[in-house]
Design a protein around this ligand. Sequence first.
Ligand code: AMP
Length: 583
Amino acid sequence: MTHAVIHKSGAVRAAANMPHYTAAYAQLDWEVFRSWLDYLPGGALNIAHEAVDRHVAHGRGHHEALRWLGKAGERRSYTYAELKTETDRFARLLANLGVGKGARIFAMLGRVPELYIAALGTLKAGAVFCPLYSAFGPEPVRARMAIGEAEVLITSPRDYARKVAGVRGDIPGLNHVLLTGGTTDIPADTIDLAAALADTPAEFETVLTRPDDMALLHFTSGTTGRPKGAVHVHEAVAAHNATGVIALDLHADDIYWCTADPGWVTGTSYGIIAPLTAGVTMLVDEAEFDVNRWYDTLERERVTVWYTAPTAIRLLMKAGAALPRARDLSRLRFMASVGEPLNPEAVIWSNTVFAKPFHDNWWQTETGGIMIANYAAMDVRPGSMGKPLPGVVAGILDVSETDTRPIDAPLQAGHLALRPGWPSIFRSYLNEEARYAACFRDGWYLTGDLAMRDDDGYYWFVGRADDVIKSAGHLIGPFEVESALMEHPAVAEAAVIGIPDERAGEVVKAFVTLRAGHTASAQLQKELLGYARQRLGPAIAPRQIDIADDLPRTRSGKIMRRLLKARELGLPEGDLSTLEKPA
Ligand code: AMP
Protein backbone atom coordinates (compact mmCIF):
# COMPACT_ATOMS: atom_id res chain seq x y z
CA MET A 1 0.00 0.00 0.00
CA THR A 2 1.44 3.39 -0.88
CA HIS A 3 0.25 6.48 0.85
CA ALA A 4 0.50 10.13 0.12
CA VAL A 5 2.30 11.77 3.01
CA ILE A 6 1.88 15.38 4.02
CA HIS A 7 5.03 16.40 5.84
CA LYS A 8 5.08 18.98 8.58
CA SER A 9 7.24 22.04 8.28
CA GLY A 10 9.92 22.63 10.91
CA ALA A 11 8.19 25.77 12.11
CA VAL A 12 4.96 23.94 12.89
CA ARG A 13 6.85 21.18 14.69
CA ALA A 14 8.48 23.68 17.00
CA ALA A 15 5.16 25.28 17.94
CA ALA A 16 3.27 22.07 18.67
CA ASN A 17 2.41 21.15 22.26
CA MET A 18 3.64 17.64 21.50
CA PRO A 19 6.76 18.09 19.35
CA HIS A 20 7.67 14.39 18.97
CA TYR A 21 5.01 11.73 18.93
CA THR A 22 7.22 8.72 19.57
CA ALA A 23 9.00 10.29 22.52
CA ALA A 24 5.72 11.53 23.96
CA TYR A 25 4.11 8.11 23.59
CA ALA A 26 6.93 6.64 25.65
CA GLN A 27 6.85 9.35 28.32
CA LEU A 28 3.30 10.58 28.78
CA ASP A 29 0.69 8.67 30.70
CA TRP A 30 -2.50 9.35 32.64
CA GLU A 31 -0.60 10.25 35.78
CA VAL A 32 1.09 13.04 33.86
CA PHE A 33 -2.22 14.13 32.33
CA ARG A 34 -3.89 14.15 35.75
CA SER A 35 -1.11 16.42 37.01
CA TRP A 36 -2.16 18.99 34.39
CA LEU A 37 -5.38 19.53 36.39
CA ASP A 38 -5.88 21.54 39.59
CA TYR A 39 -8.25 19.27 41.55
CA LEU A 40 -10.20 20.52 44.58
CA PRO A 41 -9.45 19.97 48.27
CA GLY A 42 -9.29 16.36 49.43
CA GLY A 43 -8.72 14.92 45.94
CA ALA A 44 -12.12 16.11 44.73
CA LEU A 45 -12.41 16.76 41.00
CA ASN A 46 -15.09 18.73 39.21
CA ILE A 47 -15.13 19.28 35.44
CA ALA A 48 -16.59 22.78 35.74
CA HIS A 49 -13.90 23.85 38.18
CA GLU A 50 -11.19 22.70 35.76
CA ALA A 51 -12.97 24.34 32.81
CA VAL A 52 -13.86 27.68 34.35
CA ASP A 53 -13.03 28.57 37.95
CA ARG A 54 -9.40 27.58 37.97
CA HIS A 55 -8.59 30.09 35.22
CA VAL A 56 -10.11 32.80 37.38
CA ALA A 57 -8.06 31.57 40.34
CA HIS A 58 -4.94 31.68 38.15
CA GLY A 59 -5.53 35.33 37.17
CA ARG A 60 -7.00 34.73 33.71
CA GLY A 61 -10.54 35.77 34.65
CA HIS A 62 -10.39 38.65 32.18
CA HIS A 63 -9.67 36.35 29.22
CA GLU A 64 -12.53 35.84 26.78
CA ALA A 65 -13.91 32.34 27.32
CA LEU A 66 -17.04 32.15 25.17
CA ARG A 67 -17.72 34.21 22.07
CA TRP A 68 -21.24 33.60 20.86
CA LEU A 69 -22.46 34.47 17.36
CA GLY A 70 -26.24 34.51 17.09
CA LYS A 71 -28.16 33.42 14.00
CA ALA A 72 -29.20 36.96 13.16
CA GLY A 73 -25.79 38.56 13.67
CA GLU A 74 -25.97 39.18 17.43
CA ARG A 75 -22.77 38.75 19.43
CA ARG A 76 -22.27 38.02 23.09
CA SER A 77 -19.03 37.48 24.91
CA TYR A 78 -18.22 36.03 28.34
CA THR A 79 -14.88 36.21 30.07
CA TYR A 80 -13.83 33.33 32.29
CA ALA A 81 -14.84 35.48 35.30
CA GLU A 82 -18.28 36.14 33.80
CA LEU A 83 -18.70 32.49 32.95
CA LYS A 84 -17.85 31.66 36.56
CA THR A 85 -20.51 34.08 37.78
CA GLU A 86 -23.21 32.78 35.46
CA THR A 87 -22.46 29.12 36.12
CA ASP A 88 -22.39 29.78 39.89
CA ARG A 89 -25.81 31.37 39.51
CA PHE A 90 -27.18 28.42 37.56
CA ALA A 91 -25.81 25.95 40.11
CA ARG A 92 -27.41 28.01 42.89
CA LEU A 93 -30.73 27.93 41.05
CA LEU A 94 -30.59 24.13 40.86
CA ALA A 95 -29.71 23.93 44.56
CA ASN A 96 -32.60 26.28 45.40
CA LEU A 97 -34.93 23.99 43.47
CA GLY A 98 -33.76 21.14 45.67
CA VAL A 99 -31.91 19.44 42.83
CA GLY A 100 -28.86 17.68 44.21
CA LYS A 101 -25.90 15.52 43.44
CA GLY A 102 -26.46 12.88 40.78
CA ALA A 103 -29.75 14.35 39.50
CA ARG A 104 -30.10 14.17 35.71
CA ILE A 105 -30.39 17.56 34.05
CA PHE A 106 -31.43 17.31 30.41
CA ALA A 107 -30.90 20.14 27.97
CA MET A 108 -32.56 20.37 24.58
CA LEU A 109 -31.45 23.69 23.21
CA GLY A 110 -29.84 25.13 20.13
CA ARG A 111 -26.33 26.54 20.48
CA VAL A 112 -27.33 29.42 22.76
CA PRO A 113 -25.34 30.78 25.73
CA GLU A 114 -27.86 29.29 28.16
CA LEU A 115 -26.84 25.81 27.02
CA TYR A 116 -23.19 26.34 27.92
CA ILE A 117 -24.06 27.96 31.24
CA ALA A 118 -26.50 25.17 32.07
CA ALA A 119 -23.96 22.45 31.24
CA LEU A 120 -21.23 23.90 33.43
CA GLY A 121 -23.61 25.03 36.20
CA THR A 122 -25.06 21.52 36.33
CA LEU A 123 -21.58 20.04 36.80
CA LYS A 124 -20.75 22.56 39.52
CA ALA A 125 -23.91 21.51 41.33
CA GLY A 126 -22.71 17.88 41.21
CA ALA A 127 -25.63 16.98 38.96
CA VAL A 128 -25.39 15.06 35.69
CA PHE A 129 -25.57 16.85 32.35
CA CYS A 130 -27.51 15.03 29.61
CA PRO A 131 -27.66 16.78 26.24
CA LEU A 132 -30.43 16.06 23.73
CA TYR A 133 -30.01 17.03 20.10
CA SER A 134 -32.50 19.76 19.30
CA ALA A 135 -33.41 18.15 15.95
CA PHE A 136 -34.77 15.05 17.71
CA GLY A 137 -38.52 14.54 17.42
CA PRO A 138 -40.84 13.72 20.34
CA GLU A 139 -40.16 9.96 20.36
CA PRO A 140 -36.35 10.01 20.73
CA VAL A 141 -36.74 12.77 23.31
CA ARG A 142 -39.26 10.81 25.37
CA ALA A 143 -37.23 7.59 25.18
CA ARG A 144 -34.01 9.27 26.33
CA MET A 145 -35.59 11.22 29.17
CA ALA A 146 -37.35 8.10 30.41
CA ILE A 147 -34.19 5.94 30.29
CA GLY A 148 -32.12 8.71 31.86
CA GLU A 149 -34.71 9.44 34.57
CA ALA A 150 -34.74 13.15 33.85
CA GLU A 151 -35.35 15.36 36.85
CA VAL A 152 -34.88 18.72 35.14
CA LEU A 153 -35.28 19.76 31.51
CA ILE A 154 -34.04 23.02 30.05
CA THR A 155 -35.52 23.80 26.67
CA SER A 156 -37.26 26.43 24.57
CA PRO A 157 -41.01 27.05 24.88
CA ARG A 158 -41.44 25.86 21.29
CA ASP A 159 -39.64 22.53 21.77
CA TYR A 160 -41.43 22.02 25.07
CA ALA A 161 -44.83 22.48 23.45
CA ARG A 162 -44.00 20.35 20.42
CA LYS A 163 -42.03 17.51 21.94
CA VAL A 164 -42.43 17.28 25.69
CA ALA A 165 -45.75 18.67 26.97
CA GLY A 166 -47.70 15.74 25.51
CA VAL A 167 -45.45 13.04 27.01
CA ARG A 168 -44.61 14.65 30.32
CA GLY A 169 -46.77 12.10 32.08
CA ASP A 170 -44.41 9.34 30.84
CA ILE A 171 -41.52 10.87 32.77
CA PRO A 172 -42.86 11.01 36.32
CA GLY A 173 -39.59 12.19 37.89
CA LEU A 174 -39.39 15.29 35.68
CA ASN A 175 -39.91 17.79 38.46
CA HIS A 176 -38.74 20.99 36.83
CA VAL A 177 -38.91 22.34 33.29
CA LEU A 178 -36.92 25.53 32.77
CA LEU A 179 -37.84 27.47 29.64
CA THR A 180 -35.51 29.85 27.83
CA GLY A 181 -36.63 32.74 25.71
CA GLY A 182 -37.96 35.02 28.41
CA THR A 183 -41.57 34.69 27.31
CA THR A 184 -44.23 35.72 29.79
CA ASP A 185 -46.77 33.31 28.47
CA ILE A 186 -45.34 30.02 29.70
CA PRO A 187 -47.25 26.92 30.78
CA ALA A 188 -48.14 26.69 34.47
CA ASP A 189 -45.95 23.69 35.26
CA THR A 190 -42.78 25.29 33.87
CA ILE A 191 -40.32 27.92 35.08
CA ASP A 192 -39.14 30.99 33.18
CA LEU A 193 -35.37 30.47 33.29
CA ALA A 194 -34.36 34.10 32.74
CA ALA A 195 -36.70 35.35 35.47
CA ALA A 196 -35.57 32.64 37.89
CA LEU A 197 -31.91 33.43 37.28
CA ALA A 198 -32.56 37.15 37.73
CA ASP A 199 -33.77 36.35 41.25
CA THR A 200 -30.85 34.05 42.09
CA PRO A 201 -27.56 35.26 43.56
CA ALA A 202 -24.35 34.14 41.85
CA GLU A 203 -23.07 32.46 44.97
CA PHE A 204 -22.11 28.85 44.93
CA GLU A 205 -19.38 26.58 46.24
CA THR A 206 -18.67 23.99 43.60
CA VAL A 207 -19.68 20.56 44.87
CA LEU A 208 -16.66 18.45 45.83
CA THR A 209 -17.40 15.64 43.43
CA ARG A 210 -15.17 12.56 43.48
CA PRO A 211 -13.30 11.62 40.30
CA ASP A 212 -15.63 8.64 39.86
CA ASP A 213 -18.88 10.55 40.32
CA MET A 214 -21.19 10.55 37.33
CA ALA A 215 -20.99 13.79 35.37
CA LEU A 216 -22.25 13.28 31.83
CA LEU A 217 -24.84 11.02 30.25
CA HIS A 218 -24.59 10.69 26.47
CA PHE A 219 -27.03 8.63 24.50
CA THR A 220 -25.79 6.47 21.70
CA SER A 221 -27.28 3.73 19.56
CA GLY A 222 -26.55 0.08 18.91
CA THR A 223 -27.96 -2.26 16.31
CA THR A 224 -30.63 -3.58 18.61
CA GLY A 225 -32.58 -2.37 21.58
CA ARG A 226 -33.22 1.03 23.08
CA PRO A 227 -30.79 3.94 22.95
CA LYS A 228 -27.97 3.40 25.42
CA GLY A 229 -27.00 5.98 28.02
CA ALA A 230 -23.20 6.05 28.20
CA VAL A 231 -22.15 7.18 31.67
CA HIS A 232 -19.08 9.40 32.05
CA VAL A 233 -17.52 10.62 35.28
CA HIS A 234 -15.78 13.81 36.41
CA GLU A 235 -12.37 12.24 35.91
CA ALA A 236 -13.06 12.27 32.16
CA VAL A 237 -11.83 15.84 32.27
CA ALA A 238 -8.24 14.54 32.45
CA ALA A 239 -8.78 13.09 28.96
CA HIS A 240 -10.69 16.10 27.63
CA ASN A 241 -7.89 18.38 28.73
CA ALA A 242 -5.01 16.18 27.57
CA THR A 243 -6.53 15.52 24.14
CA GLY A 244 -7.40 19.19 23.68
CA VAL A 245 -3.77 20.06 24.33
CA ILE A 246 -2.16 17.19 22.45
CA ALA A 247 -4.53 16.12 19.70
CA LEU A 248 -6.07 19.52 18.91
CA ASP A 249 -2.88 21.37 19.88
CA LEU A 250 -4.79 23.99 21.87
CA HIS A 251 -2.78 26.89 23.28
CA ALA A 252 -4.29 29.36 25.74
CA ASP A 253 -4.24 32.19 23.18
CA ASP A 254 -6.17 30.22 20.54
CA ILE A 255 -9.48 31.22 19.06
CA TYR A 256 -11.03 27.81 18.72
CA TRP A 257 -14.11 26.81 16.78
CA CYS A 258 -15.73 23.39 17.17
CA THR A 259 -18.65 23.19 14.80
CA ALA A 260 -20.27 20.17 16.50
CA ASP A 261 -23.57 20.57 18.33
CA PRO A 262 -23.43 19.84 22.07
CA GLY A 263 -26.45 17.55 21.53
CA TRP A 264 -23.78 14.99 20.60
CA VAL A 265 -20.67 13.96 22.43
CA THR A 266 -18.20 15.91 20.28
CA GLY A 267 -20.04 19.13 20.98
CA THR A 268 -19.75 18.54 24.73
CA SER A 269 -16.26 17.06 25.06
CA TYR A 270 -14.70 19.40 22.46
CA GLY A 271 -17.35 22.11 22.13
CA ILE A 272 -17.43 22.91 25.86
CA ILE A 273 -15.06 21.05 28.17
CA ALA A 274 -11.70 20.53 26.44
CA PRO A 275 -11.31 24.05 25.05
CA LEU A 276 -12.27 25.70 28.32
CA THR A 277 -9.91 23.53 30.34
CA ALA A 278 -7.18 24.66 27.94
CA GLY A 279 -8.13 28.29 28.62
CA VAL A 280 -8.82 29.26 24.99
CA THR A 281 -11.45 31.56 23.55
CA MET A 282 -14.21 29.27 22.36
CA LEU A 283 -16.32 30.38 19.42
CA VAL A 284 -19.93 29.22 19.23
CA ASP A 285 -22.05 29.80 16.14
CA GLU A 286 -25.76 29.36 16.65
CA ALA A 287 -26.49 29.12 12.93
CA GLU A 288 -26.52 25.99 10.84
CA PHE A 289 -23.94 25.27 8.16
CA ASP A 290 -23.60 27.87 5.44
CA VAL A 291 -20.52 27.99 3.23
CA ASN A 292 -20.16 31.76 3.11
CA ARG A 293 -21.02 32.25 6.73
CA TRP A 294 -18.40 29.71 7.75
CA TYR A 295 -15.60 31.26 5.70
CA ASP A 296 -16.63 34.72 6.90
CA THR A 297 -16.52 33.47 10.49
CA LEU A 298 -13.10 31.87 10.10
CA GLU A 299 -11.72 35.11 8.67
CA ARG A 300 -13.49 37.74 10.81
CA GLU A 301 -13.06 35.94 14.13
CA ARG A 302 -9.45 35.02 13.31
CA VAL A 303 -10.01 31.41 14.16
CA THR A 304 -6.74 29.58 14.86
CA VAL A 305 -7.93 26.03 15.59
CA TRP A 306 -10.92 24.54 13.82
CA TYR A 307 -12.54 21.18 14.61
CA THR A 308 -15.20 20.06 12.18
CA ALA A 309 -16.60 17.00 10.41
CA PRO A 310 -16.38 15.28 7.02
CA THR A 311 -19.96 16.14 5.99
CA ALA A 312 -19.17 19.84 6.30
CA ILE A 313 -15.79 19.43 4.63
CA ARG A 314 -17.40 17.72 1.65
CA LEU A 315 -19.80 20.66 1.30
CA LEU A 316 -16.92 23.12 1.47
CA MET A 317 -15.09 21.18 -1.23
CA LYS A 318 -18.17 21.24 -3.41
CA ALA A 319 -18.42 25.01 -3.07
CA GLY A 320 -14.93 25.32 -4.54
CA ALA A 321 -11.52 26.70 -3.65
CA ALA A 322 -12.21 30.25 -4.82
CA LEU A 323 -14.20 31.08 -1.67
CA PRO A 324 -11.44 30.33 0.87
CA ARG A 325 -8.78 31.77 -1.43
CA ALA A 326 -10.61 35.08 -1.50
CA ARG A 327 -10.25 35.40 2.26
CA ASP A 328 -7.45 35.97 4.69
CA LEU A 329 -7.35 32.71 6.62
CA SER A 330 -3.72 33.10 7.60
CA ARG A 331 -4.59 32.85 11.31
CA LEU A 332 -5.76 29.29 10.88
CA ARG A 333 -3.07 27.09 12.40
CA PHE A 334 -4.61 23.66 12.96
CA MET A 335 -7.62 21.93 11.42
CA ALA A 336 -9.09 18.65 12.63
CA SER A 337 -11.98 16.40 11.66
CA VAL A 338 -13.95 13.67 13.38
CA GLY A 339 -17.09 11.60 13.23
CA GLU A 340 -16.90 9.70 9.98
CA PRO A 341 -14.20 8.56 7.60
CA LEU A 342 -12.41 11.54 6.12
CA ASN A 343 -11.67 10.81 2.48
CA PRO A 344 -8.01 11.17 1.47
CA GLU A 345 -9.10 13.62 -1.25
CA ALA A 346 -10.47 15.92 1.46
CA VAL A 347 -7.12 15.95 3.24
CA ILE A 348 -5.22 16.61 0.03
CA TRP A 349 -7.74 19.30 -0.97
CA SER A 350 -7.41 21.07 2.36
CA ASN A 351 -3.63 20.98 2.11
CA THR A 352 -3.80 22.62 -1.29
CA VAL A 353 -6.41 25.22 -0.42
CA PHE A 354 -5.51 26.12 3.18
CA ALA A 355 -1.82 25.17 2.98
CA LYS A 356 -2.43 22.76 5.85
CA PRO A 357 -4.26 19.46 6.02
CA PHE A 358 -7.29 18.44 8.03
CA HIS A 359 -6.10 16.17 10.82
CA ASP A 360 -8.50 13.26 11.10
CA ASN A 361 -9.05 11.77 14.51
CA TRP A 362 -11.12 8.91 15.81
CA TRP A 363 -13.18 8.35 18.93
CA GLN A 364 -16.74 7.56 19.96
CA THR A 365 -19.33 8.29 22.65
CA GLU A 366 -18.04 5.42 24.78
CA THR A 367 -14.41 6.57 24.75
CA GLY A 368 -15.44 10.07 25.86
CA GLY A 369 -12.46 11.65 24.14
CA ILE A 370 -10.07 11.37 21.19
CA MET A 371 -8.21 8.05 21.15
CA ILE A 372 -6.46 7.99 17.77
CA ALA A 373 -5.31 11.12 15.98
CA ASN A 374 -3.11 12.82 13.47
CA TYR A 375 -1.09 15.19 15.65
CA ALA A 376 0.27 18.61 14.77
CA ALA A 377 3.87 17.43 14.72
CA MET A 378 3.26 14.19 12.84
CA ASP A 379 3.24 13.61 9.10
CA VAL A 380 -0.33 13.10 7.93
CA ARG A 381 -1.25 10.11 5.81
CA PRO A 382 -4.44 11.15 4.03
CA GLY A 383 -7.19 8.64 4.77
CA SER A 384 -5.63 7.46 8.03
CA MET A 385 -7.08 8.24 11.47
CA GLY A 386 -3.53 8.57 12.84
CA LYS A 387 -1.94 6.96 15.87
CA PRO A 388 -3.08 6.21 19.43
CA LEU A 389 -2.90 8.98 21.98
CA PRO A 390 -0.06 8.63 24.50
CA GLY A 391 -1.62 6.65 27.36
CA VAL A 392 -3.88 4.69 25.00
CA VAL A 393 -3.11 1.16 23.83
CA ALA A 394 -4.97 0.17 20.68
CA GLY A 395 -5.10 -3.17 18.93
CA ILE A 396 -6.60 -4.93 15.94
CA LEU A 397 -8.25 -8.19 16.93
CA ASP A 398 -9.68 -11.20 15.31
CA VAL A 399 -12.85 -11.79 17.32
CA SER A 400 -14.71 -15.09 17.25
CA GLU A 401 -17.56 -16.43 19.38
CA THR A 402 -15.10 -17.96 21.80
CA ASP A 403 -11.92 -15.92 21.78
CA THR A 404 -9.99 -12.92 20.60
CA ARG A 405 -6.63 -12.96 18.88
CA PRO A 406 -4.46 -9.91 18.21
CA ILE A 407 -3.68 -9.39 14.53
CA ASP A 408 -0.10 -8.25 14.33
CA ALA A 409 0.33 -8.39 10.58
CA PRO A 410 0.06 -4.97 8.98
CA LEU A 411 -2.91 -3.95 6.86
CA GLN A 412 -5.12 -6.83 7.97
CA ALA A 413 -8.59 -5.71 8.90
CA GLY A 414 -9.99 -6.69 12.28
CA HIS A 415 -11.89 -5.32 15.24
CA LEU A 416 -10.51 -2.07 16.61
CA ALA A 417 -10.01 -2.54 20.35
CA LEU A 418 -8.58 -0.46 23.20
CA ARG A 419 -7.12 -1.45 26.54
CA PRO A 420 -9.48 -0.02 29.20
CA GLY A 421 -8.18 2.30 31.89
CA TRP A 422 -8.22 5.81 30.44
CA PRO A 423 -10.25 8.28 32.53
CA SER A 424 -12.94 9.14 29.97
CA ILE A 425 -13.93 5.54 29.26
CA PHE A 426 -17.68 5.08 29.80
CA ARG A 427 -18.41 3.49 33.16
CA SER A 428 -21.69 1.84 32.20
CA TYR A 429 -24.64 1.92 29.92
CA LEU A 430 -27.21 3.22 32.35
CA ASN A 431 -29.12 0.26 33.87
CA GLU A 432 -27.89 -2.08 31.14
CA GLU A 433 -25.14 -4.17 32.66
CA ALA A 434 -25.27 -6.98 30.10
CA ARG A 435 -24.90 -4.61 27.17
CA TYR A 436 -21.97 -2.95 28.91
CA ALA A 437 -20.27 -6.26 29.76
CA ALA A 438 -20.64 -7.39 26.14
CA CYS A 439 -18.29 -4.57 25.05
CA PHE A 440 -15.34 -6.09 26.91
CA ARG A 441 -13.42 -9.25 26.01
CA ASP A 442 -10.07 -10.58 27.24
CA GLY A 443 -9.03 -7.27 28.74
CA TRP A 444 -10.01 -5.26 25.66
CA TYR A 445 -12.80 -2.79 25.00
CA LEU A 446 -14.28 -3.66 21.59
CA THR A 447 -15.20 -0.48 19.77
CA GLY A 448 -17.59 -1.96 17.20
CA ASP A 449 -15.42 -0.61 14.38
CA LEU A 450 -13.24 -2.50 11.93
CA ALA A 451 -9.82 -1.05 11.19
CA MET A 452 -6.26 -1.95 10.24
CA ARG A 453 -2.81 -0.74 11.13
CA ASP A 454 0.02 -0.14 8.68
CA ASP A 455 3.73 -0.90 9.09
CA ASP A 456 4.36 2.42 10.74
CA GLY A 457 1.54 2.20 13.28
CA TYR A 458 -1.01 4.44 11.51
CA TYR A 459 -4.62 3.23 11.88
CA TRP A 460 -7.02 3.05 8.95
CA PHE A 461 -10.80 2.88 9.33
CA VAL A 462 -12.43 0.00 7.47
CA GLY A 463 -16.10 0.11 8.52
CA ARG A 464 -18.56 -0.65 11.28
CA ALA A 465 -18.82 -4.20 12.55
CA ASP A 466 -22.55 -3.71 13.12
CA ASP A 467 -25.60 -2.27 11.36
CA VAL A 468 -25.47 1.13 13.01
CA ILE A 469 -25.85 4.02 10.56
CA LYS A 470 -23.69 7.16 10.51
CA SER A 471 -25.49 10.07 8.89
CA ALA A 472 -23.92 13.54 8.89
CA GLY A 473 -21.76 12.36 11.78
CA HIS A 474 -24.72 11.20 13.87
CA LEU A 475 -25.04 7.60 14.95
CA ILE A 476 -28.50 6.18 14.27
CA GLY A 477 -29.73 2.87 15.64
CA PRO A 478 -31.91 1.06 13.10
CA PHE A 479 -34.05 -0.35 15.89
CA GLU A 480 -35.22 3.07 17.03
CA VAL A 481 -36.30 4.01 13.51
CA GLU A 482 -37.92 0.62 12.86
CA SER A 483 -39.87 0.80 16.13
CA ALA A 484 -41.31 4.20 15.28
CA LEU A 485 -42.30 3.06 11.77
CA MET A 486 -43.99 -0.01 13.16
CA GLU A 487 -46.26 2.17 15.23
CA HIS A 488 -47.90 3.39 12.03
CA PRO A 489 -51.15 1.43 11.54
CA ALA A 490 -50.25 0.37 7.99
CA VAL A 491 -46.82 -1.06 8.85
CA ALA A 492 -46.33 -4.72 9.72
CA GLU A 493 -42.53 -4.85 9.76
CA ALA A 494 -39.68 -2.49 9.08
CA ALA A 495 -35.97 -2.80 8.36
CA VAL A 496 -33.65 0.14 8.19
CA ILE A 497 -30.24 0.47 6.52
CA GLY A 498 -27.79 3.24 5.68
CA ILE A 499 -27.26 3.98 2.01
CA PRO A 500 -24.37 6.06 0.65
CA ASP A 501 -24.98 9.77 0.29
CA GLU A 502 -22.59 12.21 -1.30
CA ARG A 503 -23.12 14.78 1.44
CA ALA A 504 -24.02 13.01 4.67
CA GLY A 505 -21.87 9.92 4.12
CA GLU A 506 -24.95 7.78 4.67
CA VAL A 507 -28.68 8.45 4.87
CA VAL A 508 -31.38 6.28 6.37
CA LYS A 509 -33.47 4.10 4.09
CA ALA A 510 -36.34 1.99 5.38
CA PHE A 511 -38.11 -1.04 3.94
CA VAL A 512 -41.54 -1.84 5.28
CA THR A 513 -44.11 -4.55 4.76
CA LEU A 514 -47.79 -3.73 5.15
CA ARG A 515 -50.50 -5.07 7.38
CA ALA A 516 -53.41 -6.84 5.75
CA GLY A 517 -55.92 -4.40 4.34
CA HIS A 518 -53.31 -1.82 3.28
CA THR A 519 -52.01 -1.47 -0.24
CA ALA A 520 -48.77 0.05 -1.44
CA SER A 521 -49.11 3.45 -3.09
CA ALA A 522 -47.08 6.59 -3.63
CA GLN A 523 -49.54 8.30 -1.30
CA LEU A 524 -48.88 5.83 1.53
CA GLN A 525 -45.14 6.14 1.00
CA LYS A 526 -45.43 9.90 1.38
CA GLU A 527 -47.57 9.53 4.46
CA LEU A 528 -45.02 7.20 6.04
CA LEU A 529 -42.18 9.61 5.32
CA GLY A 530 -44.13 12.43 6.94
CA TYR A 531 -45.09 10.27 9.90
CA ALA A 532 -41.49 9.20 10.53
CA ARG A 533 -40.24 12.75 10.28
CA GLN A 534 -42.84 14.00 12.70
CA ARG A 535 -42.14 11.22 15.22
CA LEU A 536 -38.39 11.01 14.96
CA GLY A 537 -37.31 14.46 13.82
CA PRO A 538 -35.14 15.28 10.81
CA ALA A 539 -31.91 14.01 12.39
CA ILE A 540 -33.07 10.39 12.46
CA ALA A 541 -36.01 10.01 10.06
CA PRO A 542 -35.56 7.94 6.88
CA ARG A 543 -35.07 9.82 3.62
CA GLN A 544 -36.52 6.97 1.61
CA ILE A 545 -39.10 4.35 2.45
CA ASP A 546 -39.71 1.40 0.13
CA ILE A 547 -42.77 -0.77 0.53
CA ALA A 548 -41.75 -4.41 0.09
CA ASP A 549 -43.71 -7.66 -0.15
CA ASP A 550 -41.35 -9.40 2.22
CA LEU A 551 -38.13 -8.81 4.14
CA PRO A 552 -35.18 -11.23 4.02
CA ARG A 553 -34.49 -13.01 7.28
CA THR A 554 -32.24 -15.57 8.87
CA ARG A 555 -33.50 -19.01 9.86
CA SER A 556 -33.97 -17.74 13.37
CA GLY A 557 -36.22 -15.01 12.02
CA LYS A 558 -33.87 -12.05 12.32
CA ILE A 559 -34.28 -9.53 9.54
CA MET A 560 -31.07 -9.46 7.44
CA ARG A 561 -30.38 -5.80 7.07
CA ARG A 562 -27.08 -6.67 5.46
CA LEU A 563 -28.73 -8.56 2.65
CA LEU A 564 -31.07 -5.65 2.05
CA LYS A 565 -28.04 -3.41 1.93
CA ALA A 566 -26.14 -5.66 -0.48
CA ARG A 567 -29.15 -5.72 -2.77
CA GLU A 568 -29.64 -1.99 -2.51
CA LEU A 569 -26.01 -1.31 -3.40
CA GLY A 570 -25.96 -3.89 -6.17
CA LEU A 571 -23.32 -5.97 -4.40
CA PRO A 572 -23.29 -9.63 -5.24
CA GLU A 573 -25.20 -11.49 -2.58
CA GLY A 574 -22.32 -13.96 -2.53
CA ASP A 575 -20.35 -11.25 -0.75
CA LEU A 576 -22.58 -11.73 2.23
CA SER A 577 -20.19 -14.06 3.99
CA THR A 578 -17.87 -11.13 4.40
CA LEU A 579 -20.65 -8.67 5.09
CA GLU A 580 -22.14 -10.86 7.75
CA LYS A 581 -20.41 -9.95 11.02
CA PRO A 582 -21.70 -10.55 14.51
CA ALA A 583 -23.99 -7.65 15.45
P1 AMP B 1 -20.37 8.49 18.10
O1 AMP B 1 -20.37 7.56 19.24
O2 AMP B 1 -21.72 8.98 17.71
O3 AMP B 1 -19.39 9.60 18.30
O4 AMP B 1 -19.87 7.67 16.83
C1 AMP B 1 -18.68 6.97 16.88
C2 AMP B 1 -18.44 6.24 15.60
O5 AMP B 1 -18.24 7.18 14.53
C3 AMP B 1 -17.19 5.42 15.61
O6 AMP B 1 -17.36 4.19 16.27
C4 AMP B 1 -16.92 5.28 14.11
O7 AMP B 1 -17.76 4.30 13.54
C5 AMP B 1 -17.32 6.65 13.60
N1 AMP B 1 -16.14 7.55 13.56
C6 AMP B 1 -15.78 8.47 14.44
N2 AMP B 1 -14.64 9.09 14.05
C7 AMP B 1 -14.26 8.52 12.89
C8 AMP B 1 -13.17 8.70 12.00
N3 AMP B 1 -12.23 9.62 12.20
N4 AMP B 1 -13.10 7.90 10.91
C9 AMP B 1 -14.06 6.97 10.68
N5 AMP B 1 -15.11 6.76 11.48
C10 AMP B 1 -15.22 7.52 12.57
